[in-house]
Design a binder for this molecule. Structure first.
Ligand code: SF4
Length: 515
């Protein structure tokens, strides 16, 4: 059994993913997403940029990492020769080499006797971005190596630390001494040094747990988490399983931690969440959360939207409206840190018309220009409320204003017109949906995007391809997707306004009839 750093990285993110990578049916995997391909390309170019910026003179094995055995032999030779910097190398060792240094107690504590034989077949492989020579003694002579991992992330995530510790351990066994440090170089080219005292031991337990899961073929339970699953190739398969099981992770508000608490009182399905008393639930997850979960499940069971029990239907001022209204949505490219499309749908209620305006940066350097055009446009309608869905639009306005030296009073006046519908939704209505994304809500109330493959991530890929190919069809896709985002925002706002008003009238009628 091959235990690689890649396998461990995924295990730390989601142990089910590692299980499926080894035992899953490859035909059930989703095709690789454009966005993931883009991230991989960017990661490679980030590594090259770091090497260039630090003027690292490296050598690399002639054989690619695909052939890890030969690559590992050549990497070892380069280390024995004392090469200053080794790029794209592989480190590998057998379980008996690991055991000779670290023993096997941790592994034996995790596995059944019947699986112990499998240990002798374990091979560990590690592929640090770089191995860098340092002064000091090692099996090779008067020098040793440290592993360096170059990552695109902005912060040192736990999975990066795990891998950095794994690399340090494997390298330590090979060179006969644990490296003095294990280093990460992150997105802003900033260095981060792993606390090896902490992570070397943690890593040993995680490696042993991962091995035990694979050796015993224990398929971990599915748990759909939008953030974690959205880029996973097993998403389609796992989502199907979750739906079939009516898994609680599909209920908004059930986080992994809350799910653990729910299981403690025997709540592990939608059905059992319906049946459990709110007070028992409240003792485990808190009374406010219990009330929200109960309402959420009631909405799902009845397939009806409900007014949140915490919402003051009578005294809350309705959503602001205007003769002219603007619906605003942004497309942004996080890697280049630019907002390349500021889309606005202008709705004239008196004339009963609507028109979409797109401020599009065909080149990243046009961002300042489209910002100014956007400001000029919205200033033509100083009384129009500006509806958007999420905090991102507000944060972006602040970022652009600061970047392009917009006077503070202009930004303040502009932001005072912003109405965040996501905030309205989460405070006032419980929807029978699996997520409170704009797409999920708009779909439920009957709005559909023309571009069925569209998403924020896909729009970023279209923009990236546009910059390389100058194919205007890609810009059309971006515009159509953004326009529909604006229209969906309008659809949702109109629906919300009507719904809350009708519910309010109904409540007033009931109160009056009780007097
Ligand atoms: S889709 Fe989610 S639950 Fe399934 S393997 Fe991927 S990350 Fe894990």
């Amino acid at each position: 059994m091959l235990i690689t750093d890649y396998l461990l990285l995924n295990y730390k993110r989601c142990n089910r993913r590692t299980y499926l990578d080894i035992y899953g049916n490859p035909q059930q995997k989703d095709p690789e997403k454009d966005f993931l391909r883009k991230l991989k390309r960017e990661n490679q170019s980030h590594i090259r940029n770091v090497i260039k910026a630090r003027s690292l003179d490296y050598r690399q094995p002639e054989i690619s990492r695909q052939n890890w055995q030969l690559n590992a032999q050549q990497t070892l030779k380069l280390m024995q020769q004392g090469v200053d910097c080794i790029f794209r190398g592989t480190l590998s060792l057998s379980f008996s080499q690991w055991q000779a240094v670290l023993g096997d107690e941790i592994f034996l504590s995790k596995i059944k006797n019947s699986q112990q034989d499998l240990l002798s077949a374990v091979i560990f492989t590690a592929a640090p971005s770089l191995l860098i020579k340092q002064p000091g003694k090692s099996r090779f002579g008067n020098w040793q190596y440290i592993p360096v991992n170059i990552k695109l992330g902005r912060r040192a995530k736990p999975e990066y630390k795990l891998i950095a510790a794994f690399h340090a351990q494997i390298l330590g066994i090979i060179q006969g001494i644990i490296p003095t440090r294990s280093q990460l170089i992150l997105k802003e080219h900033n260095d981060y040094f792993i606390n090896l005292d902490l992570w070397l031991i943690k890593m040993q337990y995680i490696v042993a747990e991962c091995f035990a899961m694979l050796a015993h073929k224990l398929e971990p339970e599915v748990f759909i988490s939008r953030q974690r699953c959205s880029l996973c190739n097993w998403y389609g398969h796992c989502y199907g399983v979750a739906q079939q099981q009516q898994h609680l992770s599909l209920v908004p508000g059930v986080t992994p931690k809350r799910y653990e608490h729910l299981q403690e009182i025997g709540v592990d399905s939608v059905e059992s969440l319906v049946k459990v008393a709110e007070t028992s639930l409240g003792e485990m997850v808190g009374y406010d959360v219990a009330r929200q979960l109960k309402q959420q499940i009631a909405a799902i069971e009845s397939d009806r939207a409900l007014v949140r029990s915490s919402f003051d239907l009578i005294n809350t001022q309705p959503i602001s409206t205007g003769a002219i209204e603007l619906y605003f949505d942004i497309e942004a490219e996080p890697e280049r840190q630019i907002d390349y499309l500021l889309g606005v749908l202008l709705v004239d209620r008196a004339e009963n018309t609507e028109e979409f305006y797109a401020f599009l940066a065909e080149k990243p350097e046009d961002e300042g220009q489209i910002w100014q055009q956007f400001l000029n446009f919205v200033n033509l309608y100083p009384d129009a409320p500006i509806f958007h869905y999420s905090e991102y639009e507000v944060d972006t306005i602040k970022r652009l204003a600061e970047l392009y030296n917009t006077p503070k009073f202009i930004t303040k006046e502009l932001l005072s017109r912003f109405v965040d519908l996501h905030q309205w939704v989460t405070q006032s209505v419980v929807f029978p949906v699996e997520s409170y994304s704009l797409k999920a809500l708009a779909n439920w109330i009957g709005f559909y995007w023309r571009e069925t493959q569209g998403s924020g991530d896909q729009s970023v890929c279209w923009y990236d391809q546009w910059l390389y190919t100058q194919d205007r069809a890609l810009l059309e896709l971006i515009l159509s997707y953004n326009e529909d985002d604006c229209r969906a925002t309008r659809y949702l706002k109109d629906w919300l306004l009507d719904f809350l008003e009708s519910q309010r009238n109904e409540k007033i009628r009931v109160i009056a009839s009780q007097r």
